[in-house]
Each structure stands twice: as C-alpha cells, then as structure tokens.
Design a protein around this ligand. Structure first.
Ligand code: ADP
Length: 301
C-alpha cells in the first residue's frame, strides 16, 4: 500500500515508529507536512498538490495533526477523503474531539461517566455555576488546551472566581469541573485501535502536581483495567467516531470518568511503558480496513 502520514516532523517518535512499522510490512510511506499541502476544491476531480507536484495513488493517510493546525489540517484530510483515500481517523471525528465541550456533550448524551462539568458565558453567572458543579476545589480548563496547559486547580471559591474572571476577561472559552480528588494526581490512558483497548498505562503527576501529563513531568506505569474501564474507553472511542485514539480516564469512587478523547495519541509513552508494538497494530488495522471511498461520517453529531 501507499500510505501518507500527515505530520509536520518526521523525526518525532510517533511518526518514526509509524514509518518503521509500515515499511517493515512492505508498504511505501510518505511523510507529508500538512501545511505544505494545497488543494483545489472542485467536485469534478479534487486534488492535492505538495511542493509543486500532484499527490496520487495513496491508499490511506494517517493524520497526526497537531492541535495548533487543526483547522488547516482537517481541511487537507477532508480533501483526501473527497479523493477517496482512506483516513485512519476521519476529519469530522478529529474536529469533534478537538473541542472539549462538544465531545463531553456527545459522551454525556450516551451516558458515559464524566466529571460534573459547567460552562458559562457571562461573568454574572460564575457564582451560581460554581455552586452547580459542587463548589471548590474545582478544575478550570481552557476549551482547546493540550498537554495540561490551561488546566488549573482552584483550591478555594475565591481562587476559582479570580481565575474564571481572568480567563473570561481574555475572552477565552473555559469549562469548570468538579475536582476528582480520589484519583490522586493519576489518570489512565487507554489506547484504542479499531474498537479494542490494545494498551493502557497509568500516569502519575510529578510530586505536588495534580496534572498527570507526561509533558508536565509525570511518569507512567503498567495498569490492569477493570472491565468497566475497558468498555467505557471503547464506547467513548465509538461515540467520538475515532478508529485510533487515547481515552483518558479518572478513577473516581463512583466509577471511571472520561476526561478526554485524544485523536492523535502519542506512541512513545504507551510503547515504552507496555512494550507493545502499538504502531504495528495501527498499520495492521489499516491493512484490514483501508478501501477506496470508504469515508462515511460516523459517531454522533
Ligand atoms: P489536557 O488535554 O490539556 O491534557 P486534561 O483535561 O487531560 O487536559 O487535564 C490534564 C490533567 O489534569 C489530567 O491528565 C488529570 O491528571 C488532571 N485533571 C484534569 N481534570 C481533572 C479533574 N476534574 N479532577 C482531577 N484531576 C483532573
């Protein structure tokens, strides 16, 4: 097969591993910088050009679209879909998962456990909304933050109000969440490929840090999932419509709560921790599923 990897940097661990796994299986791989793809939007014969040449003959593309280039990246992916190229994850599903509020609403609609979450527009409504989500301590998040940036733990009501006011003053969208204290600065990353959890790890924040992101100095260990955690992760992936994703779960004293579904989960942490060939599983999923003109918008809303 001829496989394209939409990635801005071919030296990143995840990109390198995907190239390696695909080449090992005899595929031809091209890494394409999504910002250098340009296209003509026509119903007759949509095409994509790259550094002066027209792209052709691709059987599948693996989107590894960074959060900062979501808008352009998903437009390029959509163009591939119009050309009948099989996307590992569909553009619509990626767009859904990039908006935390939208994805939480979709998950809530299908009965997935979530931390109690509030969202408001006017500063006048902060006080009442804070009460609604159970008061302090609470977690305040930028709607489109990643890697733990823009996630704040406000220990007191006063602190929460000041942080919310500051964010609102900057005209950024935020959500306010109940703080799941019992998870103790840990979360569970479930790596889903084709409707199955193929690997999982527990991430622990650095000393004194409630955020468990590895980018914030957290560390990862092996974890055994409960059947409920496993099925929650699989359902969350299905609802979001992602074939490959990382589902982040908090262990609360009333069961697993989904924090987020990540459409470009990193491979380094999960492969090193579990010693599993996750890149290989992704390529074999593509081998089994890639067919021309297969894109159909799955998931909900
Ligand atoms: P990002 O997408 O930026 O990683 P997350 O929503 O995943 O943001 O939050 C980052 C980290 O903060 C999580 O991995 C988790 O450890 C911690 N965290 C987030 N929300 C909560 C919460 N409601 N209760 C307890 N810890 C939380």
């Amino acid at each position: 097969m001829k496989i394209g990897i939409l990635s801005r940097n071919k030296n990143l661990y995840s990109t390198r591993r995907l190239i390696e796994a695909a080449e090992e299986r005899g595929h031809e791989v091209h890494v394409l910088d999504v910002l250098r793809c340009y296209m003509n939007i026509t119903s007759h014969r949509p095409s994509i050009h790259y550094k002066g040449e027209e792209l052709s003959g691709f059987d599948a593309v693996i989107p590894r679209i960074g959060a900062s280039v979501t808008f352009y990246g998903t437009a390029v992916l959509r163009q591939f879909e119009m050309m009948g190229v099989y996307p590992l994850n569909e553009s619509v599903a990626i767009t859904r998962s990039r908006d935390k509020l939208r994805s939480l609403q979709l998950l809530a609609r299908k009965g997935i456990g979530l931390p109690v979450t509030g969202f408001a527009h006017s500063p006048d409504d902060i006080q009442d909304m804070m009460k609604m989500v159970g008061g302090a301590p609470s977690v305040i998040k930028l709607l489109e933050g990643t890697q733990g940036i823009g996630v704040v733990l406000a220990e007191t009501k006063k602190a929460a109000e000041s942080v919310i006011e500051a964010f609102m003053g900057l005209k950024t969208n935020i959500l306010i969440q109940e703080f799941i204290k019992e998870s103790g600065g840990t979360d569970i990353r479930c790596f889903v490929v084709g409707g199955r959890v193929v690997a999982a790890m527990k991430r622990q924040g650095a000393e004194g840090e409630f955020r468990s992101n590895i980018h914030r100095g957290g560390s990862a260990t092996l974890v055994r999932l409960t059947p409920e955690e496993r099925s929650t992760a699989v359902r969350a992936a299905k609802i979001t419509g992602l074939n490959v994703c990382g589902v982040d779960i908090l262990r609360s004293n009333h069961g697993p709560l989904v924090m987020e579904v990540n459409s470009s989960p990193g491979l380094q942490g999960i492969e090193t921790t579990t010693e599993k060939d996750v890149a290989g599983m992704i390529i074999s999923f593509i081998e089994k599923n890639a067919k021309p003109h297969k894109t159909r918008t799955r998931g909900t809303g």
